[in-house]
Ligand binder design. Structure first.
Ligand code: NI
Length: 226
């Protein structure tokens, strides 16, 4: 499931993030790439654990913790500390798949990357190219969102960032380990959740709402790892 989460950050938060990130030191993005993706990758990143990345990363993770759509769709168990990249002058990231397991920097903890997230920090009018293209069973989806908006997609997907031919594309990117590792099960739970919210809004006294809420929780109980 591909999901667009609008307004994860406010315009003020985007402006603050950009000011801090633009003043940071940027390095070659190959440092966090696996062997295969290092061949495909040409961009810049802020080093993992850099104070600017940590500060803006914490802002993003906190905002996501208050975002009901994110929680319903991702059923997050752990969010990887966000990383930041930028592309300009023809830079791109050819088709690849993200590493399945990632070590959280400075800790012995590892996460399984069930979901990938890209949070856009530059407006689509600021650069040409730079679409995130995600392949799923329904074809290729091209994504380029306004600043502060985020795309969530299964980390199992092949994906690429097209060359940026004008301006600069600036994004946060990170991964989520979900309580429900299977994308199909997660999508079913999300559909049920969205339907239940609508039922509760339109027919708050309907007796089926309680029964269906029970089904939701009983499926989650069967499928969740903590
Ligand atoms: Ni990737």
């Amino acid at each position: 499931m591909l999901l667009n989460l609008p307004n994860v950050l406010t315009p003020d938060q985007v402006a603050t993030s950009r000011r801090i990130l633009e003043a940071a030191d940027w390095i070659d993005g190959k440092v966090t790439a696996g062997y295969q993706s290092a061949q495909a990758k040409d961009n810049q990143q802020i080093p993992e654990g850099h104070p600017a990345a940590r500060q803006i990363g914490e802002l993003i993770v906190k905002a996501l913790g208050l975002n009901p759509l994110f929680i319903a769709a991702a059923l997050p168990r752990q969010v990887f500390p966000p990383l930041f990249n930028r592309y300009s002058g023809g830079q791109r990231f050819d088709t690849h798949v993200d590493n399945a397991i990632r070590q959280i920097p400075g800790t012995p903890h590892r996460i399984r990357t069930d979901l990938s997230a890209t949070l856009f920090l530059a407006g689509p009018e600021e650069y040409d190219g730079g679409e995130l293209c995600v392949e799923d069973t329904y074809g290729v989806h091209e994504v380029k969102l306004p600043p502060g908006h985020m795309i969530l997609y299964p980390a199992t997907s092949l994906h690429q960032v097209k060359p940026v031919t004008r301006g600069t594309r600036l994004c946060a990117f990170f991964w989520i380990q979900s309580m429900v590792r299977d994308d199909g099960r997660r999508a079913l739970l999300f559909d049920l959740d969205v339907g239940l919210q609508r039922l509760n809004r339109d027919h708050p006294e309907h007796p089926s709402a309680v029964q269906l809420t029970g089904v939701y929780h009983n499926l989650l109980r069967q499928w969740a790892d903590l």
